[in-house]
Design a protein around this ligand. Structure first.
Ligand code: ATP
Length: 284
């Protein structure tokens, strides 16, 4: 759909790259610049209908480039989480609509796919038990027992740099929201995923914990082959993290491309009230 003038989303959010100079996020502009053009995930003409035949997704197509952060933006109910969950088959997409490294995900073993394409939800969903129990769970399913050192390294990677060794034996019931989310991140990373899907990963966290999770995600993207797809209602957060973005509205794709080049109209469509969307979506 053609949209009008194209002021930068990053200008709207007041988030030019120089904003991050001398900040923990100063490396972000270099990550954006280094994003390879290789396609990690291809979404091709993705459809979904509800049980009553109502349209949920209508022919969504976009590419997620390897080694970057790709944001899914849109108002509540636009289909962001539905698209995200198709990427690792938490719902079963139609054949030939999602490709990972060029391979149709619907022909892959679903469990193996979910090890390669991990997910972090809005709330941490930790299992009852200790921090260590949770971090070592994924590898144990394929017969790999993580050492204490490996668990500590994963927790360090997930944003616990000065870890008290006793933290591993702490019950997850005793963790703060921010701690629990970072333990969930360590648990996801224990599977060595190629792609991490983040569904509103910091919406229940305070600003300090939010920045900690964001820093961890960006360092992982910067340091390796990890590709991230994130759903967030925060344009500011997307401005801090994402190189590319796809904008959805009522199950349809509005725009996809570099975040900094999205139109003002598309950016407005992120809001819950949809008021910014109506003009452009109605073609007026
Ligand atoms: N299995 C399903 N059956 C029927 N409707 C569904 C199903 N899954 C999702 N929906 C509907 O599809 C639409 C998109 O939902 P989705 O959760 O993907 O939106 P979203 O953009 O992530 O919203 P939010 O920002 O509020 O989380 C909603 O109207 C939702 O009620």
């Amino acid at each position: 759909m053609a949209l009008g003038s194209r002021p930068l989303c990053s200008q709207l959010a007041g988030l030019q790259p120089h904003t991050f100079r001398n900040s923990p996020h100063k490396f972000i502009s270099s990550i954006r610049g280094s994003i390879a053009s290789e396609v990690k995930i291809k979404v091709h003409n993705l459809w979904k209908k509800g049980s009553n035949g109502e349209k949920i997704l209508e022919g969504i197509s976009f590419d997620v480039r390897q080694g970057g952060v790709h944001a899914l933006i849109g108002p509540s109910g636009s289909g962001k989480s539905t698209v995200l969950r198709a990427l690792n088959r938490l719902w079963e997409p139609p054949p030939s609509s999602i490709f990972l490294n060029g391979q149709d995900v619907t022909v892959m073993d679903a469990i193996s796919l979910r090890r390669r394409v991990g997910m972090l939800f809005q709330t941490s969903h930790l299992f009852p038990g200790t921090v260590a129990d949770n971090v070592k769970y994924g590898p144990s399913l394929i017969g790999k027992q993580l050492s204490t050192n490996e668990i500590e390294n994963l927790l360090s990677l997930a944003g616990f740099p000065d870890l008290d060794p006793q933290f591993l034996d702490k019950s997850v019931n005793e963790l703060s929201g921010g701690e629990a989310q970072r333990v969930a991140l360590a648990r996801a990373l224990a599977n060595k995923p190629e792609v991490l899907l983040l569904d509103e990963p910091t919406s229940s966290l305070d600003p300090v914990s939010t920045r900690s999770v964001e820093n961890t995600v960006m360092q992982l993207v910067q340091s390796g082959d990890l590709t991230v797809v994130i759903v967030s209602h925060s344009l500011e957060q997307i401005g801090r993290l994402a190189g590319d973005a796809t904008v959805l509205y009522q199950g349809s794709l509005l725009e996809t491309g570099p975040f900094s080049e999205l139109s003002k109209e598309a950016c407005n469509c992120r809001t819950h009230d949809r008021s910014g969307c109506d003009g452009s979506c109605n073609g007026s």
